[in-house]
Design a protein around this ligand. Structure first.
Ligand SMILES: Nc1ncnc2c1ncn2[C@@H]1O[C@H](COP(=O)(O)OP(=O)(O)OP(=O)(O)O)[C@@H](O)[C@H]1O
Ligand SMILES: [Mg+2]
Length: 508
């Protein structure tokens, strides 16, 4: 790659950066050089220090020690806006859009003053969207967008703000393959114009696909620094988490009676496509995967199954209980719930202990309080790090918050009768993702009806016995895992008819 002398001026260099949060050393002596015109992948296990390093680069956190330079000159931003003025911007892991405002209004809030005019802001965002080949509604409150669209929206706002160095903290965690493809093409085009991109991701295929440079962090220390070219996914994974235990073997499970049943569901919400006559049955011992591109209705379906949204028509029953039960009643009847957005299920200001005990204080819930030994055992069993019961959940890394949520929902006694999980392994490193998949399989083996929805097809294919595909608020395919080829599922996700020859199709 050729780098012009002008671009050389924009090298960002971090030297011996350390950062501690109280007793926790998040970064120790980490160095990194970010080159203009290159994609620099920053990877490492959950809690390795990636987000912390990104925040130091973007002026959101001040390092405890170490120095940074930009263009050879001292770079010690006091805050995020100073970093932005010097051309370094970041899209954080926890999305930061103001939900009541549209993307245009969010942009007006943070963008440069010279564009403080709705028409020009809108035009700029629309142009950025079309360059990245994505469609997101610019004018509705962002709270009413799907999580994928909010994530894309936040990236688009940052792109429109303009930066010579753009840091993206797990930008693809809630995106499907189509959106990821468009986004990466756009990032490459920006790089060709000299922008530097720092990309934090747990998807190693993405590292292979777009990265030029690679930094691997482990326990707060830099353990690899160099070119990303020529490294196989397996090698990167080993650098990140060491040798992985073999994945949980798939043993056939005997299915029992229907535990979760939905009939003729019709429902609407501002955040997802309307459900149009959805029927679904999940048996004891079964893991049902729900696939679909973002906004196909799968989010709303889970909200209806979980008792959070009342359907306009149709019924949901759990374990033969009364139809139309509320979320609290379903919780009491043994429903575990892992939503797409963990912020909807965790309270960041509360301690790990109080988050695990959240239901024991919920009005009407019958859950008993877990004692300290239980809490400690749960945190250890789910490998939440640091496993300090009195730490506030906000002090956990993104992936460790996801583990905490899984610990509450899947570690509970008595075992759940049904599990509803949307993207349960999002943001997890390979080892942790494998452990959570194992937990879901254990729950099914113990007799629960398990539903795993995701727009990441791999996540669904990894555990499901049967796969349902949603498109436009309807179930458009229902296949046993053995017949669910990526091709067949992919066609259904795109709303295309199944072109598998009839002989190969399952008899109804
Ligand atoms: N505000 C904070 N207060 C206390 N501890 C923190 C805070 N922010 C981060 N930490 C700790 O610093 C360490 C590194 O966290 P960081 O968020 O950088 O990890 P990460 O590599 O981004 O992980 P993930 O893949 O899970 O997002 C963790 O041990 C975390 O608990
Ligand atoms: Mg992080």
């Amino acid at each position: 790659m050729t780098v012009s002398p002008q671009e050389m001026d924009r090298v960002v260099e971090a030297r011996s950066i350390s950062k501690s949060f109280g007793p926790v050393a998040a970064l120790r002596d980490v160095s990194m050089v970010v080159r203009p015109g290159a994609v620099h992948a920053l990877v490492g296990e959950n809690g390795a220090g990636k987000s912390t390093l990104a925040k130091v680069l973007a002026g959101i956190e001040r390092p405890s020690s170490g120095t940074m330079t930009l263009d050879g000159a001292v770079y010690a931003p006091r805050d995020r806006s100073e970093a932005k003025r010097r051309g370094i911007n970041m899209v954080p892991q926890q999305l930061s859009l103001v939900g009541e405002l549209s993307l245009v209004e969010n942009y007006l809030l943070v963008g440069p003053r010279r564009l403080a005019n709705r028409r020009s802001a809108r035009a700029l965002l629309a142009e950025t969207l079309s360059r990245a080949r994505v469609e997101v509604d610019l004018d509705v409150p962002t709270a009413s967008l799907t999580q994928a669209h909010r994530q894309l929206g936040e990236i688009v706002v940052a792109l429109a703000e303009g930066a010579h160095t753009l840091i993206l903290d797990e930008p693809t965690a809630s995106l499907g393959p189509l959106e990821v493809g468009g986004l990466f093409e756009h990032l490459r085009a920006l790089c060709d114009l000299g922008t530097a991109v720092v990309l934090i991701t747990h998807r190693l295929d993405e590292v292979r696909q777009v990265a030029d440079d690679l930094t691997v962090l482990s326990h707060g220390e830099g353990v690899h620094n160099g070119s990303a070219a020529g490294l196989a996914s397996g090698e990167i994974a080993r650098l990140m988490v060491g040798e992985l235990p073999p994945p949980v073997a798939r043993v056939p499970r005997a299915l029992g009676g229907v535990v979760l049943s939905a009939r003729g569901l019709v429902a609407g919400s501002t955040r997802d496509t309307r459900l149009d006559d959805v029927d679904l049955e999940v048996r004891s011992g079964e893991i049902l995967g729900i696939a679909g591109v973002a906004g196909s209705g799968q989010n709303l379906l889970l909200d209806v199954l979980g008792g959070f949204v009342e359907p306009e028509q149709g019924t949901v029953t759990l374990d033969g209980g009364a139809p139309g039960a509320s979320a609290v009643a379903l919780l009491n009847a043994g429903l575990a719930w892992i939503p797409e957005e963990r912020s909807e299920a965790l309270v960041p200001g509360l301690s790990l202990r109080d988050n695990l005990n959240l239901y024991s204080t919920a009005v009407g819930a019958v859950s008993t309080e877990r004692t300290l030994p239980h809490i400690t055992a749960d945190l250890q069993a789910f490998d939440v790090r640091p496993a300090r019961p009195e730490l506030a959940a906000a002090g956990l890394s993104g992936g460790n918050q996801q583990k905490l949520l899984a610990a509450r929902e899947l570690g509970a006694l008595p075992e759940p009768r049904a599990v509803l999980a949307y993207g349960p392994t999002q943001g997890l490193d390979q080892r942790a993702a494998q452990a959570i998949r194992g937990r879901l399989i254990d729950q099914a083996a113990a007799g629960a009806a398990v539903v795993v929805a995701s727009h990441d097809l791999e996540e669904v294919l990894a555990v499901a016995d049967r796969i349902v595909v949603m498109f436009g608020g309807r179930v458009v395919a229902d296949l046993p895992a053995a017949d669910a080829t990526t091709d067949r599922i992919g066609r259904a996700m795109a709303g295309l008819a199944d072109d598998t020859p009839p002989a190969d199709k399952d008899l109804p």
